[in-house]
Design a protein around this ligand. Structure first.
Ligand SMILES: Cc1cc2nc3c(=O)[nH]c(=O)nc-3n(C[C@H](O)[C@H](O)[C@H](O)COP(=O)(O)OP(=O)(O)OC[C@H]3O[C@@H](n4cnc5c(N)ncnc54)[C@H](O)[C@@H]3O)c2cc1C
Length: 542
Protein backbone atom coordinates (compact mmCIF):
# COMPACT_ATOMS: atom_id res chain seq x y z
CA UNK A 1 0.00 0.00 0.00
CA UNK A 2 1.48 3.41 -0.94
CA UNK A 3 1.94 5.93 1.82
CA UNK A 4 -0.33 8.93 1.69
CA UNK A 5 1.27 12.09 0.32
CA UNK A 6 0.73 15.59 1.63
CA UNK A 7 -2.34 16.21 -0.55
CA UNK A 8 -4.24 13.21 0.90
CA UNK A 9 -6.76 13.63 3.76
CA UNK A 10 -4.15 12.25 6.13
CA UNK A 11 -6.15 9.12 6.87
CA UNK A 12 -5.25 6.62 4.17
CA UNK A 13 -7.53 4.38 2.15
CA UNK A 14 -10.51 2.67 3.80
CA UNK A 15 -10.13 -0.91 5.02
CA UNK A 16 -12.09 -2.53 2.20
CA UNK A 17 -11.32 -4.58 -0.88
CA UNK A 18 -8.40 -6.16 0.91
CA UNK A 19 -7.42 -9.80 0.62
CA UNK A 20 -7.65 -11.07 4.21
CA UNK A 21 -5.34 -13.98 3.35
CA UNK A 22 -2.69 -12.24 1.25
CA UNK A 23 -2.46 -9.47 3.85
CA UNK A 24 -2.06 -11.83 6.80
CA UNK A 25 1.50 -13.15 6.94
CA UNK A 26 1.13 -15.19 10.19
CA UNK A 27 -1.96 -16.88 8.74
CA UNK A 28 -0.20 -17.59 5.44
CA UNK A 29 2.72 -19.11 7.32
CA UNK A 30 0.41 -21.21 9.48
CA UNK A 31 -1.46 -22.38 6.38
CA UNK A 32 1.82 -23.33 4.71
CA UNK A 33 2.96 -25.24 7.82
CA UNK A 34 -0.35 -27.12 7.80
CA UNK A 35 -0.13 -27.83 4.05
CA UNK A 36 -3.36 -25.97 3.26
CA UNK A 37 -4.51 -24.95 -0.21
CA UNK A 38 -3.28 -21.34 -0.50
CA UNK A 39 -5.24 -20.64 -3.68
CA UNK A 40 -8.60 -21.57 -2.11
CA UNK A 41 -7.71 -19.60 1.01
CA UNK A 42 -6.78 -16.58 -1.07
CA UNK A 43 -10.12 -16.72 -2.90
CA UNK A 44 -11.95 -16.77 0.43
CA UNK A 45 -9.67 -13.95 1.65
CA UNK A 46 -10.69 -11.81 -1.32
CA UNK A 47 -14.38 -12.60 -0.78
CA UNK A 48 -14.47 -11.79 2.92
CA UNK A 49 -12.26 -8.71 2.50
CA UNK A 50 -14.28 -7.25 -0.35
CA UNK A 51 -16.14 -4.01 0.26
CA UNK A 52 -19.34 -5.82 -0.70
CA UNK A 53 -18.98 -8.59 1.90
CA UNK A 54 -17.84 -6.17 4.60
CA UNK A 55 -20.97 -4.20 3.86
CA UNK A 56 -23.10 -7.33 4.28
CA UNK A 57 -21.62 -7.48 7.78
CA UNK A 58 -22.63 -3.91 8.46
CA UNK A 59 -26.17 -4.47 7.16
CA UNK A 60 -26.66 -7.68 9.13
CA UNK A 61 -25.79 -5.82 12.33
CA UNK A 62 -27.65 -2.60 11.63
CA UNK A 63 -30.79 -4.66 10.86
CA UNK A 64 -30.88 -7.17 13.71
CA UNK A 65 -33.22 -10.17 13.66
CA UNK A 66 -36.87 -9.62 14.57
CA UNK A 67 -39.13 -11.90 16.58
CA UNK A 68 -42.37 -12.78 14.81
CA UNK A 69 -44.51 -14.44 17.45
CA UNK A 70 -47.84 -14.63 15.59
CA UNK A 71 -49.18 -14.09 12.08
CA UNK A 72 -51.91 -11.49 11.35
CA UNK A 73 -54.57 -14.08 12.25
CA UNK A 74 -53.00 -14.65 15.63
CA UNK A 75 -51.61 -18.09 14.83
CA UNK A 76 -48.32 -18.70 16.60
CA UNK A 77 -45.28 -18.51 14.35
CA UNK A 78 -42.44 -18.60 16.89
CA UNK A 79 -40.20 -17.40 14.11
CA UNK A 80 -37.26 -15.04 13.76
CA UNK A 81 -36.85 -12.97 10.64
CA UNK A 82 -33.29 -12.18 9.55
CA UNK A 83 -32.04 -9.52 7.17
CA UNK A 84 -31.08 -10.80 3.68
CA UNK A 85 -27.46 -9.81 4.40
CA UNK A 86 -27.39 -12.39 7.23
CA UNK A 87 -28.74 -15.08 4.93
CA UNK A 88 -26.16 -14.15 2.27
CA UNK A 89 -23.34 -14.54 4.81
CA UNK A 90 -24.78 -17.84 6.05
CA UNK A 91 -25.09 -19.14 2.49
CA UNK A 92 -21.51 -18.26 1.66
CA UNK A 93 -20.19 -19.71 4.92
CA UNK A 94 -22.09 -22.93 4.29
CA UNK A 95 -20.80 -23.12 0.70
CA UNK A 96 -17.25 -23.04 2.14
CA UNK A 97 -18.14 -25.73 4.68
CA UNK A 98 -17.76 -23.56 7.79
CA UNK A 99 -20.59 -25.50 9.40
CA UNK A 100 -19.47 -29.00 8.51
CA UNK A 101 -16.37 -29.44 6.34
CA UNK A 102 -14.62 -31.34 9.15
CA UNK A 103 -17.29 -34.03 8.97
CA UNK A 104 -17.17 -34.70 5.24
CA UNK A 105 -15.02 -37.83 5.57
CA UNK A 106 -17.09 -39.12 8.50
CA UNK A 107 -20.34 -38.49 6.62
CA UNK A 108 -18.97 -40.48 3.70
CA UNK A 109 -18.54 -43.52 5.95
CA UNK A 110 -15.24 -42.71 7.71
CA UNK A 111 -14.66 -42.77 11.46
CA UNK A 112 -17.06 -40.46 13.35
CA UNK A 113 -14.31 -37.94 14.17
CA UNK A 114 -13.72 -34.46 12.78
CA UNK A 115 -10.71 -33.64 10.61
CA UNK A 116 -9.41 -30.67 8.66
CA UNK A 117 -9.67 -28.27 11.60
CA UNK A 118 -6.83 -26.10 10.30
CA UNK A 119 -8.38 -25.62 6.86
CA UNK A 120 -11.72 -24.72 8.40
CA UNK A 121 -10.15 -22.43 11.02
CA UNK A 122 -8.31 -20.55 8.27
CA UNK A 123 -11.69 -19.83 6.66
CA UNK A 124 -13.44 -18.97 9.92
CA UNK A 125 -10.55 -16.55 10.64
CA UNK A 126 -11.60 -14.44 7.62
CA UNK A 127 -15.40 -14.90 7.88
CA UNK A 128 -15.32 -13.47 11.40
CA UNK A 129 -13.48 -10.38 10.18
CA UNK A 130 -16.33 -9.65 7.78
CA UNK A 131 -19.07 -10.48 10.33
CA UNK A 132 -18.79 -12.42 13.55
CA UNK A 133 -22.42 -12.99 14.58
CA UNK A 134 -23.35 -15.48 11.87
CA UNK A 135 -20.56 -17.77 13.06
CA UNK A 136 -22.74 -18.74 16.05
CA UNK A 137 -25.05 -21.15 14.16
CA UNK A 138 -22.18 -22.27 11.90
CA UNK A 139 -20.05 -23.09 14.96
CA UNK A 140 -22.83 -24.93 16.79
CA UNK A 141 -23.70 -26.95 13.69
CA UNK A 142 -20.05 -27.81 13.16
CA UNK A 143 -19.72 -29.02 16.76
CA UNK A 144 -23.01 -30.94 16.94
CA UNK A 145 -21.88 -34.19 15.27
CA UNK A 146 -19.33 -34.65 18.07
CA UNK A 147 -22.29 -35.09 20.42
CA UNK A 148 -24.46 -36.97 17.92
CA UNK A 149 -21.65 -39.52 17.60
CA UNK A 150 -22.81 -40.89 20.97
CA UNK A 151 -25.78 -42.38 19.09
CA UNK A 152 -24.55 -43.85 15.79
CA UNK A 153 -28.02 -43.90 14.18
CA UNK A 154 -28.54 -40.18 14.85
CA UNK A 155 -25.04 -39.41 13.64
CA UNK A 156 -25.55 -41.46 10.48
CA UNK A 157 -28.79 -39.66 9.70
CA UNK A 158 -27.59 -36.11 10.40
CA UNK A 159 -23.86 -36.00 9.65
CA UNK A 160 -24.41 -35.96 5.85
CA UNK A 161 -26.84 -33.05 6.25
CA UNK A 162 -24.29 -31.18 8.39
CA UNK A 163 -21.50 -31.91 5.92
CA UNK A 164 -23.56 -30.81 2.88
CA UNK A 165 -22.16 -27.54 1.54
CA UNK A 166 -25.53 -25.84 1.37
CA UNK A 167 -27.72 -23.50 3.39
CA UNK A 168 -31.43 -24.18 3.57
CA UNK A 169 -33.31 -21.74 5.84
CA UNK A 170 -36.76 -23.05 4.82
CA UNK A 171 -39.19 -23.99 7.60
CA UNK A 172 -39.57 -27.61 6.51
CA UNK A 173 -38.87 -30.86 8.40
CA UNK A 174 -35.32 -32.17 8.55
CA UNK A 175 -36.19 -35.14 6.34
CA UNK A 176 -37.01 -32.73 3.50
CA UNK A 177 -33.65 -30.95 3.74
CA UNK A 178 -30.28 -31.68 2.22
CA UNK A 179 -28.52 -29.34 4.66
CA UNK A 180 -29.37 -28.49 8.27
CA UNK A 181 -28.23 -26.21 11.06
CA UNK A 182 -28.15 -27.39 14.68
CA UNK A 183 -28.22 -25.18 17.78
CA UNK A 184 -27.94 -25.97 21.46
CA UNK A 185 -30.00 -25.48 24.58
CA UNK A 186 -27.59 -26.49 27.31
CA UNK A 187 -27.72 -23.74 29.91
CA UNK A 188 -30.64 -22.39 31.96
CA UNK A 189 -31.44 -19.25 33.92
CA UNK A 190 -30.87 -20.71 37.39
CA UNK A 191 -27.74 -22.61 36.36
CA UNK A 192 -25.75 -21.64 33.29
CA UNK A 193 -22.28 -22.94 33.96
CA UNK A 194 -23.68 -25.50 36.40
CA UNK A 195 -25.90 -27.45 34.04
CA UNK A 196 -26.58 -29.98 36.80
CA UNK A 197 -29.03 -27.38 38.13
CA UNK A 198 -31.11 -27.64 34.93
CA UNK A 199 -34.85 -27.95 35.52
CA UNK A 200 -36.00 -28.86 32.00
CA UNK A 201 -37.48 -32.34 32.22
CA UNK A 202 -37.57 -35.29 29.84
CA UNK A 203 -40.02 -38.19 30.10
CA UNK A 204 -40.58 -41.20 27.92
CA UNK A 205 -43.59 -40.72 25.63
CA UNK A 206 -44.88 -42.42 22.47
CA UNK A 207 -41.70 -44.41 21.96
CA UNK A 208 -39.56 -41.25 22.23
CA UNK A 209 -39.07 -38.48 24.76
CA UNK A 210 -41.22 -35.52 25.75
CA UNK A 211 -39.32 -32.37 26.78
CA UNK A 212 -40.81 -29.58 28.95
CA UNK A 213 -38.98 -26.61 30.42
CA UNK A 214 -37.28 -23.34 29.54
CA UNK A 215 -33.93 -22.10 28.29
CA UNK A 216 -32.80 -18.60 29.15
CA UNK A 217 -30.37 -18.36 26.25
CA UNK A 218 -30.86 -20.35 23.06
CA UNK A 219 -29.09 -18.73 20.14
CA UNK A 220 -29.94 -19.09 16.46
CA UNK A 221 -33.48 -20.29 17.25
CA UNK A 222 -34.25 -20.89 13.57
CA UNK A 223 -31.90 -23.87 13.52
CA UNK A 224 -33.49 -27.10 12.34
CA UNK A 225 -32.78 -28.92 15.60
CA UNK A 226 -31.20 -28.33 19.00
CA UNK A 227 -29.08 -30.39 21.33
CA UNK A 228 -30.84 -29.94 24.66
CA UNK A 229 -29.77 -30.95 28.16
CA UNK A 230 -32.74 -32.05 30.25
CA UNK A 231 -33.31 -34.02 33.45
CA UNK A 232 -34.49 -37.57 32.66
CA UNK A 233 -35.39 -40.09 35.39
CA UNK A 234 -31.79 -41.35 35.40
CA UNK A 235 -30.19 -37.90 35.38
CA UNK A 236 -29.10 -35.12 33.07
CA UNK A 237 -29.33 -36.34 29.48
CA UNK A 238 -28.78 -34.97 25.99
CA UNK A 239 -31.63 -34.85 23.47
CA UNK A 240 -31.92 -33.84 19.85
CA UNK A 241 -35.06 -31.71 19.59
CA UNK A 242 -36.24 -30.79 16.07
CA UNK A 243 -37.85 -27.38 15.57
CA UNK A 244 -40.54 -28.91 13.38
CA UNK A 245 -42.13 -32.33 13.66
CA UNK A 246 -41.80 -34.82 10.80
CA UNK A 247 -45.15 -33.63 9.38
CA UNK A 248 -44.00 -29.98 9.44
CA UNK A 249 -46.10 -29.05 12.49
CA UNK A 250 -44.43 -26.87 15.18
CA UNK A 251 -42.22 -29.04 17.36
CA UNK A 252 -43.20 -27.54 20.73
CA UNK A 253 -40.46 -24.86 20.93
CA UNK A 254 -41.99 -21.52 21.94
CA UNK A 255 -39.97 -18.31 21.63
CA UNK A 256 -40.62 -15.82 24.43
CA UNK A 257 -38.21 -12.99 23.72
CA UNK A 258 -34.99 -12.07 21.89
CA UNK A 259 -32.11 -10.79 23.99
CA UNK A 260 -31.03 -7.17 23.59
CA UNK A 261 -27.26 -7.75 23.48
CA UNK A 262 -24.12 -5.61 23.76
CA UNK A 263 -22.87 -6.98 20.44
CA UNK A 264 -23.43 -10.12 18.37
CA UNK A 265 -26.44 -8.28 17.01
CA UNK A 266 -26.81 -10.08 13.68
CA UNK A 267 -27.35 -13.30 15.64
CA UNK A 268 -30.62 -13.91 17.49
CA UNK A 269 -30.43 -15.28 21.03
CA UNK A 270 -33.83 -16.27 22.37
CA UNK A 271 -35.53 -17.13 25.62
CA UNK A 272 -37.47 -20.28 24.80
CA UNK A 273 -39.92 -22.73 26.33
CA UNK A 274 -40.27 -26.38 25.46
CA UNK A 275 -43.93 -27.38 25.67
CA UNK A 276 -44.49 -31.03 24.90
CA UNK A 277 -41.53 -30.94 22.53
CA UNK A 278 -40.32 -34.27 21.15
CA UNK A 279 -36.72 -35.34 21.57
CA UNK A 280 -34.42 -38.16 20.63
CA UNK A 281 -31.99 -39.38 23.31
CA UNK A 282 -28.33 -38.87 22.37
CA UNK A 283 -25.95 -41.16 24.22
CA UNK A 284 -27.09 -42.80 27.43
CA UNK A 285 -29.82 -41.65 29.74
CA UNK A 286 -27.99 -39.81 32.52
CA UNK A 287 -24.93 -39.38 30.29
CA UNK A 288 -25.75 -35.89 28.99
CA UNK A 289 -22.49 -34.22 29.95
CA UNK A 290 -20.48 -37.16 28.57
CA UNK A 291 -22.35 -36.84 25.27
CA UNK A 292 -21.67 -33.13 24.82
CA UNK A 293 -18.08 -33.04 25.96
CA UNK A 294 -16.59 -33.56 22.49
CA UNK A 295 -18.84 -30.83 21.15
CA UNK A 296 -17.67 -28.36 23.77
CA UNK A 297 -14.03 -28.81 22.70
CA UNK A 298 -14.97 -27.73 19.18
CA UNK A 299 -17.09 -24.74 20.19
CA UNK A 300 -14.35 -23.58 22.54
CA UNK A 301 -11.83 -23.87 19.75
CA UNK A 302 -14.06 -21.68 17.59
CA UNK A 303 -14.27 -19.07 20.38
CA UNK A 304 -10.46 -18.85 20.31
CA UNK A 305 -10.38 -18.69 16.51
CA UNK A 306 -13.05 -15.97 16.47
CA UNK A 307 -11.32 -13.82 19.06
CA UNK A 308 -7.97 -14.27 17.29
CA UNK A 309 -9.62 -13.19 14.05
CA UNK A 310 -11.14 -10.10 15.67
CA UNK A 311 -7.68 -9.17 16.95
CA UNK A 312 -6.25 -9.63 13.46
CA UNK A 313 -8.90 -7.25 12.14
CA UNK A 314 -7.93 -4.69 14.76
CA UNK A 315 -4.23 -5.01 13.93
CA UNK A 316 -4.80 -4.72 10.17
CA UNK A 317 -6.84 -1.58 10.57
CA UNK A 318 -4.50 0.01 13.11
CA UNK A 319 -1.41 -0.74 11.03
CA UNK A 320 -2.97 0.57 7.83
CA UNK A 321 -3.95 3.82 9.45
CA UNK A 322 -0.63 4.34 11.23
CA UNK A 323 1.21 4.00 7.95
CA UNK A 324 -0.99 6.59 6.27
CA UNK A 325 -1.44 9.22 8.95
CA UNK A 326 1.03 11.92 9.89
CA UNK A 327 1.17 13.58 13.30
CA UNK A 328 3.79 15.98 14.58
CA UNK A 329 5.69 15.82 11.29
CA UNK A 330 6.05 12.06 10.96
CA UNK A 331 3.91 9.12 9.99
CA UNK A 332 2.42 7.54 13.09
CA UNK A 333 4.16 4.31 12.30
CA UNK A 334 7.50 6.10 12.55
CA UNK A 335 6.74 7.48 16.02
CA UNK A 336 8.56 5.22 18.51
CA UNK A 337 5.70 5.03 21.02
CA UNK A 338 3.20 4.01 18.33
CA UNK A 339 5.67 1.58 16.85
CA UNK A 340 5.89 -0.14 20.21
CA UNK A 341 2.13 -0.41 20.48
CA UNK A 342 1.72 -1.81 16.97
CA UNK A 343 4.54 -4.28 17.43
CA UNK A 344 3.04 -5.51 20.69
CA UNK A 345 -0.35 -5.92 19.01
CA UNK A 346 1.37 -7.79 16.19
CA UNK A 347 3.09 -10.09 18.70
CA UNK A 348 -0.26 -10.97 20.27
CA UNK A 349 -1.64 -11.85 16.84
CA UNK A 350 1.43 -13.92 15.99
CA UNK A 351 1.02 -15.88 19.23
CA UNK A 352 -2.74 -16.35 18.81
CA UNK A 353 -2.33 -17.50 15.22
CA UNK A 354 0.43 -19.98 16.03
CA UNK A 355 -1.49 -21.35 19.02
CA UNK A 356 -4.78 -21.74 17.18
CA UNK A 357 -3.20 -23.65 14.29
CA UNK A 358 -1.13 -25.87 16.57
CA UNK A 359 -4.32 -26.69 18.45
CA UNK A 360 -6.12 -27.41 15.17
CA UNK A 361 -3.43 -29.97 14.40
CA UNK A 362 -3.91 -31.61 17.81
CA UNK A 363 -7.69 -31.76 17.42
CA UNK A 364 -7.24 -33.49 14.07
CA UNK A 365 -4.79 -36.03 15.44
CA UNK A 366 -6.52 -36.62 18.77
CA UNK A 367 -8.50 -39.66 17.64
CA UNK A 368 -5.32 -41.62 16.76
CA UNK A 369 -2.64 -40.08 18.96
CA UNK A 370 -3.04 -40.08 22.77
CA UNK A 371 -0.35 -37.42 23.23
CA UNK A 372 -2.14 -35.07 20.85
CA UNK A 373 -5.46 -35.89 22.56
CA UNK A 374 -3.94 -34.91 25.92
CA UNK A 375 -2.51 -31.70 24.41
CA UNK A 376 -5.91 -30.80 22.93
CA UNK A 377 -7.73 -31.51 26.21
CA UNK A 378 -5.45 -29.14 28.17
CA UNK A 379 -4.60 -26.48 25.61
CA UNK A 380 -8.12 -25.99 24.16
CA UNK A 381 -9.44 -24.43 27.40
CA UNK A 382 -6.21 -22.43 27.80
CA UNK A 383 -6.42 -21.01 24.26
CA UNK A 384 -10.11 -20.24 24.70
CA UNK A 385 -9.46 -18.50 28.01
CA UNK A 386 -6.41 -16.47 27.02
CA UNK A 387 -7.27 -15.39 23.49
CA UNK A 388 -10.89 -14.55 24.32
CA UNK A 389 -9.89 -12.60 27.42
CA UNK A 390 -7.17 -10.70 25.55
CA UNK A 391 -9.40 -9.66 22.62
CA UNK A 392 -11.46 -6.84 24.23
CA UNK A 393 -8.36 -5.04 25.58
CA UNK A 394 -6.58 -5.61 22.30
CA UNK A 395 -9.45 -4.18 20.25
CA UNK A 396 -9.71 -1.20 22.53
CA UNK A 397 -6.02 -0.50 21.89
CA UNK A 398 -6.46 -1.02 18.14
CA UNK A 399 -9.33 1.50 18.20
CA UNK A 400 -7.17 3.98 20.06
CA UNK A 401 -4.48 3.64 17.38
CA UNK A 402 -7.03 5.19 15.03
CA UNK A 403 -7.78 8.06 17.40
CA UNK A 404 -11.35 9.38 17.37
CA UNK A 405 -12.16 7.59 14.13
CA UNK A 406 -11.70 4.28 15.88
CA UNK A 407 -14.55 5.10 18.25
CA UNK A 408 -17.16 5.69 15.55
CA UNK A 409 -19.13 2.98 13.83
CA UNK A 410 -18.03 3.31 10.21
CA UNK A 411 -14.66 1.61 10.65
CA UNK A 412 -16.23 -1.54 12.08
CA UNK A 413 -13.84 -1.79 15.03
CA UNK A 414 -16.50 -0.52 17.44
CA UNK A 415 -18.62 -3.49 16.37
CA UNK A 416 -15.70 -5.90 16.80
CA UNK A 417 -15.06 -4.45 20.28
CA UNK A 418 -18.68 -5.03 21.31
CA UNK A 419 -18.56 -8.54 19.88
CA UNK A 420 -15.39 -9.67 21.62
CA UNK A 421 -16.51 -10.25 25.25
CA UNK A 422 -19.13 -12.83 24.33
CA UNK A 423 -16.45 -15.33 23.29
CA UNK A 424 -15.09 -15.21 26.83
CA UNK A 425 -18.55 -15.66 28.39
CA UNK A 426 -20.24 -18.40 26.39
CA UNK A 427 -18.93 -21.94 26.12
CA UNK A 428 -17.49 -21.60 29.60
CA UNK A 429 -16.80 -18.27 31.30
CA UNK A 430 -13.29 -17.48 32.55
CA UNK A 431 -13.39 -19.15 35.96
CA UNK A 432 -15.33 -22.11 34.66
CA UNK A 433 -12.78 -22.68 31.92
CA UNK A 434 -9.94 -22.37 34.42
CA UNK A 435 -11.64 -24.93 36.69
CA UNK A 436 -12.11 -27.17 33.65
CA UNK A 437 -8.34 -27.20 33.22
CA UNK A 438 -7.95 -28.35 36.84
CA UNK A 439 -10.53 -31.08 36.28
CA UNK A 440 -8.81 -32.30 33.10
CA UNK A 441 -5.42 -32.26 34.81
CA UNK A 442 -6.62 -34.12 37.91
CA UNK A 443 -8.23 -36.86 35.81
CA UNK A 444 -5.11 -37.46 33.72
CA UNK A 445 -2.11 -36.68 35.90
CA UNK A 446 0.50 -38.59 33.86
CA UNK A 447 -0.75 -37.20 30.56
CA UNK A 448 -0.75 -33.68 32.01
CA UNK A 449 2.83 -34.05 33.21
CA UNK A 450 3.83 -35.33 29.77
CA UNK A 451 2.14 -32.39 28.00
CA UNK A 452 3.84 -29.87 30.31
CA UNK A 453 7.18 -31.57 29.83
CA UNK A 454 6.84 -31.55 26.03
CA UNK A 455 5.79 -27.89 26.05
CA UNK A 456 8.76 -26.93 28.23
CA UNK A 457 11.14 -28.75 25.89
CA UNK A 458 9.81 -26.97 22.81
CA UNK A 459 9.34 -23.49 24.31
CA UNK A 460 12.02 -20.76 24.46
CA UNK A 461 14.11 -20.66 27.65
CA UNK A 462 12.20 -17.79 29.28
CA UNK A 463 8.93 -19.72 29.18
CA UNK A 464 10.25 -23.09 30.38
CA UNK A 465 9.95 -22.43 34.14
CA UNK A 466 6.20 -21.97 33.60
CA UNK A 467 5.76 -25.74 33.24
CA UNK A 468 6.81 -26.39 36.86
CA UNK A 469 4.82 -23.37 38.09
CA UNK A 470 1.68 -24.69 36.36
CA UNK A 471 2.22 -28.14 37.86
CA UNK A 472 2.57 -26.54 41.32
CA UNK A 473 -0.62 -24.48 40.89
CA UNK A 474 -2.57 -27.53 39.74
CA UNK A 475 -1.30 -29.67 42.63
CA UNK A 476 -1.76 -26.94 45.24
CA UNK A 477 -4.31 -27.41 48.06
CA UNK A 478 -5.63 -24.04 46.96
CA UNK A 479 -5.73 -24.92 43.27
CA UNK A 480 -9.15 -23.32 42.61
CA UNK A 481 -7.86 -20.03 43.96
CA UNK A 482 -4.95 -20.16 41.51
CA UNK A 483 -6.82 -21.71 38.59
CA UNK A 484 -6.68 -18.49 36.57
CA UNK A 485 -2.95 -18.17 37.14
CA UNK A 486 -2.43 -21.76 36.03
CA UNK A 487 -4.46 -21.40 32.86
CA UNK A 488 -2.85 -18.07 31.93
CA UNK A 489 0.57 -19.59 32.39
CA UNK A 490 -0.40 -22.61 30.31
CA UNK A 491 -1.66 -20.36 27.52
CA UNK A 492 1.62 -18.41 27.52
CA UNK A 493 3.71 -21.58 27.58
CA UNK A 494 1.68 -23.23 24.81
CA UNK A 495 1.72 -20.09 22.66
CA UNK A 496 5.48 -19.68 23.13
CA UNK A 497 6.00 -23.32 22.17
CA UNK A 498 3.76 -22.98 19.11
CA UNK A 499 5.56 -19.78 18.05
CA UNK A 500 8.95 -21.41 18.55
CA UNK A 501 8.00 -23.88 15.84
CA UNK A 502 7.08 -21.00 13.55
CA UNK A 503 9.18 -17.90 14.29
CA UNK A 504 11.80 -18.53 17.02
CA UNK A 505 12.83 -14.87 17.37
CA UNK A 506 9.22 -13.86 17.94
CA UNK A 507 8.76 -16.79 20.31
CA UNK A 508 11.64 -15.51 22.42
CA UNK A 509 10.17 -11.99 22.51
CA UNK A 510 6.81 -13.44 23.47
CA UNK A 511 8.22 -15.61 26.22
CA UNK A 512 10.46 -12.87 27.62
CA UNK A 513 7.70 -10.25 27.76
CA UNK A 514 4.76 -12.46 28.78
CA UNK A 515 6.18 -15.20 31.00
CA UNK A 516 7.13 -12.96 33.92
CA UNK A 517 3.48 -11.98 34.43
CA UNK A 518 2.25 -8.76 35.99
CA UNK A 519 -0.01 -6.09 34.56
CA UNK A 520 1.14 -4.19 31.51
CA UNK A 521 -0.73 -2.36 28.78
CA UNK A 522 0.01 -3.41 25.26
CA UNK A 523 2.90 -1.30 24.02
CA UNK A 524 4.68 -1.13 27.36
CA UNK A 525 6.89 -4.15 26.74
CA UNK A 526 10.45 -3.90 25.47
CA UNK A 527 10.37 -6.17 22.45
CA UNK A 528 14.09 -5.79 21.82
CA UNK A 529 15.20 -6.29 18.25
CA UNK A 530 12.07 -7.87 16.81
CA UNK A 531 9.87 -4.79 16.44
CA UNK A 532 10.81 -4.18 12.81
CA UNK A 533 10.28 -7.83 11.89
CA UNK A 534 6.90 -7.87 13.62
CA UNK A 535 5.72 -4.76 11.84
CA UNK A 536 6.95 -5.90 8.44
CA UNK A 537 4.98 -9.11 8.92
CA UNK A 538 1.95 -7.21 10.23
CA UNK A 539 1.36 -5.37 6.98
CA UNK A 540 3.07 -7.56 4.45
CA UNK A 541 0.67 -8.03 1.54
CA UNK A 542 -1.46 -5.01 2.41
C1 LIG B 1 -25.16 -13.95 23.64
C2 LIG B 1 -25.28 -15.26 24.36
C3 LIG B 1 -25.76 -16.35 23.67
C4 LIG B 1 -25.89 -17.57 24.33
N1 LIG B 1 -26.37 -18.64 23.63
C5 LIG B 1 -26.51 -19.83 24.27
C6 LIG B 1 -27.00 -20.99 23.55
O1 LIG B 1 -27.28 -20.93 22.36
N2 LIG B 1 -27.17 -22.13 24.24
C7 LIG B 1 -26.84 -22.25 25.55
O2 LIG B 1 -26.98 -23.33 26.10
N3 LIG B 1 -26.38 -21.18 26.26
C8 LIG B 1 -26.19 -19.99 25.63
N4 LIG B 1 -25.69 -18.91 26.33
C9 LIG B 1 -25.47 -19.03 27.76
C10 LIG B 1 -24.00 -19.07 28.14
O3 LIG B 1 -23.43 -20.29 27.77
C11 LIG B 1 -23.94 -18.80 29.65
O4 LIG B 1 -24.33 -17.47 29.86
C12 LIG B 1 -22.55 -19.03 30.21
O5 LIG B 1 -22.21 -20.38 30.14
C13 LIG B 1 -22.43 -18.57 31.66
O6 LIG B 1 -23.49 -19.05 32.43
P1 LIG B 1 -24.39 -18.06 33.32
O7 LIG B 1 -24.79 -16.93 32.45
O8 LIG B 1 -25.46 -18.82 33.97
O9 LIG B 1 -23.40 -17.50 34.39
P2 LIG B 1 -22.99 -18.23 35.74
O10 LIG B 1 -22.82 -19.67 35.51
O11 LIG B 1 -23.89 -17.80 36.82
O12 LIG B 1 -21.56 -17.58 35.97
C14 LIG B 1 -21.42 -16.25 36.47
C15 LIG B 1 -19.95 -16.04 36.80
O13 LIG B 1 -19.57 -16.94 37.83
C16 LIG B 1 -18.43 -17.65 37.46
N5 LIG B 1 -18.49 -18.98 38.06
C17 LIG B 1 -19.39 -19.96 37.84
N6 LIG B 1 -19.09 -21.05 38.55
C18 LIG B 1 -17.98 -20.75 39.27
C19 LIG B 1 -17.17 -21.47 40.21
N7 LIG B 1 -17.43 -22.73 40.54
N8 LIG B 1 -16.10 -20.85 40.74
C20 LIG B 1 -15.81 -19.58 40.41
N9 LIG B 1 -16.52 -18.86 39.54
C21 LIG B 1 -17.59 -19.44 38.96
C22 LIG B 1 -18.43 -17.66 35.93
O14 LIG B 1 -17.12 -17.82 35.39
C23 LIG B 1 -19.01 -16.29 35.64
O15 LIG B 1 -18.00 -15.35 35.66
C24 LIG B 1 -25.53 -17.68 25.69
C25 LIG B 1 -25.02 -16.56 26.36
C26 LIG B 1 -24.89 -15.37 25.71
C27 LIG B 1 -24.35 -14.18 26.45
Amino acid sequence: MPRADDSAPNSGPPFADVNLFAGDRPLRDAAARSGLDARALSEAGAFYGSAETMDLGRQANENPPKLRLVDPQGTRLDAVEYHPAYHALMAHGASLGLHGSSWEAAAAGGAPAPCGQGARAALVWRAVQAEAGHMCPLTMTHAAPAALAATPASFGRLAPKVAARAYDPRAVPIAAKRAVTIGMGMTERQGGSDVRANLTRAERADGGWRIDGAKWFMSAPMCDAFLVLAQAPRGLSCFLVPRLADDGAPGGIRLDRLKDKLGNRSNASAEVRFEDARGELIGEEGGGVRAIIGMVALTRFDCAVSSGALMRLGLSQAARRARARRAFGRFLVDQPAMRGVLADLALEVEAATALVFRLAQALDRAADDPAEAAYARLVAPAAKYAICKRAPAFLYEAMECQGGNGYVEELGLARAYREAPVNAIWEGSGNVIALDLLRAASRAKDETAAVLDALAKSAPAAARPLAAAIADDIASNDSERFARRAIERLAILAAAAALEGAEPALARAHAETRAAGGFAQLGAADLGGVEDALLARAWEGD
